[in-house]
Design a protein around this ligand. Structure first.
Ligand SMILES: Cc1ncc(C[n+]2csc(CCOP(=O)(O)OP(=O)(O)O)c2C)c(N)n1
Ligand SMILES: [Mg+2]
Length: 338
């Protein structure tokens, strides 16, 4: 079925090229983030999405950007960038600078851009899942037809709060899509060692939630499946649970330099054969939408674009020390409740 969807895909050449550009942009952007980390310009934790690009591109292409809600964990650069958050602000946030999305106080794990429907960027594994259900509840309560994409990792799907949230989502028919980004690892722990039943797709079933497993390494297939599910949830105003199969090429975070403690070089090399960027590139070349020359030109163009983003972010000043206590607490009017 997967192959057929790709073969029969009706996306125009321009759309397919855009998916390609988006994925290449994310890859180069995050390679630059890794460089900035190694240069000591990024403090705290940082987790890249390298290898998983097709997943976010497919899902975010299938929603109404800026209208629907999106929430995820700390592996959040791709989601923010694809929703249109200024890449300079994202890079500056990683570097702890004034022009960052949170003025440099949030860092890589806490990107946030509610104007574009992006509600973070959260560091506590599984902790944001009920918040995502809350977003879906809000749109239902207000009788809007927004849907919420509630992303989590395979490890996060074991957290107790996820099961409580699924119960409420099933009970209250929340228009929320729970998306498990199954990249086969929770830090250094392989799926089989952390999940009693590694078929994570089944976890919505006890809560009467439609559930399925899909491939997240082929962007065309991903987009088709995501669109079908997004349309169904918008139409039926009910939740959906999806396990998306992907792979994390990098270490867990930028500080994880010992990947061979939990997986072999051979496994990594074999996983690279499924690289979603190369996979789409092969299709574009085969359909003559791109040539080897245009592939190279796109790459060079995006590298230059990312270099400029890095320079602009690096030119942003560090926040003034006098602002250290700003935006930590908010003044609340107890009478009004906000
Ligand atoms: C409640 C909680 N426990 C432990 C951690 C430490 N921790 C950070 S990431 C992580 C692994 C999560 O793996 P997964 O959900 O598969 O997401 P991935 O990193 O693969 O995207 C752990 C255990 C945490 N941040 N929060
Ligand atoms: Mg994982």
């Amino acid at each position: 079925m997967a192959k057929q969807a790709v073969k029969n895909s009706t996306e125009s050449p321009a759309v397919l090229e855009q998916y390609y550009r988006d994925m290449v942009f994310l890859r180069h952007f995050e390679e630059k983030c890794n460089l900035a980390y190694r240069q000591g310009k990024v403090g705290g934790y940082m987790h890249t999405y390298i290898g998983m690009e097709a997943l976010a591109v497919g899902w975010l292409e299938s929603i109404k950007k800026g209208y629907d809600y999106v929430i995820t964990a700390y592996r959040d650069h791709a989601h923010a960038l694809l929703l249109g958050t200024d890449p300079v602000a994202v890079m500056a946030e990683l570097m702890g600078r004034k022009d960052g999305t949170a003025g440099g106080k949030g860092g890589s794990m806490h990107l946030f851009d509610p104007e574009r429907g992006f509600y973070g960027g959260w560091g506590i594994v599984g902790g944001h899942i009920p918040l995502g259900a809350g977003l879906a509840f809000a749109s239902k309560y207000r009788e809007e037809d927004r849907i919420t994409l509630n992303f989590m990792g395979d490890g996060a799907s074991n957290q107790g709060v996820v099961f409580e949230t699924l119960n409420m989502a099933g009970l209250w028919d929340l228009p929320c899509i729970f998306i498990v980004e199954n990249n086969e690892f929770a830090m250094g722990t392989r799926l089989e060692y952390h999940a009693a039943d590694p078929e994570l797709w089944k976890r919505g079933i006890p809560f009467d939630i439609k559930s399925e497993r899909i491939d997240g390494m082929d962007v065309i297939q991903m987009k088709n499946d995501a669109q079908r599910i997004v349309d169904w949830v918008r139409e039926n105003q009910k939740p959906y649970w999806v396990e998306v199969m992907t792979y994390r090429y990098a270490g867990h975070g930028a500080a994880d330099q010992d990947r061979q403690l939990y997986r072999t070089k051979e496994e990594e090399a074999s996983a690279w054969k499924r690289d979603p960027i190369k996979r789409l590139e092969a299709i574009l070349l085969e359909r003559k939408i791109l040539t080897p020359e245009t592939v190279e030109a796109i790459d060079a163009e995006i590298i230059e674009q990312v270099d400029k983003i890095y320079d602009a972010a690096d030119a942003s000043p560090h926040p003034d020390p006098s602002e250290v206590y700003d935006n930590i607490y908010t003044d609340m009017d107890v009478e009004k409740g906000h």
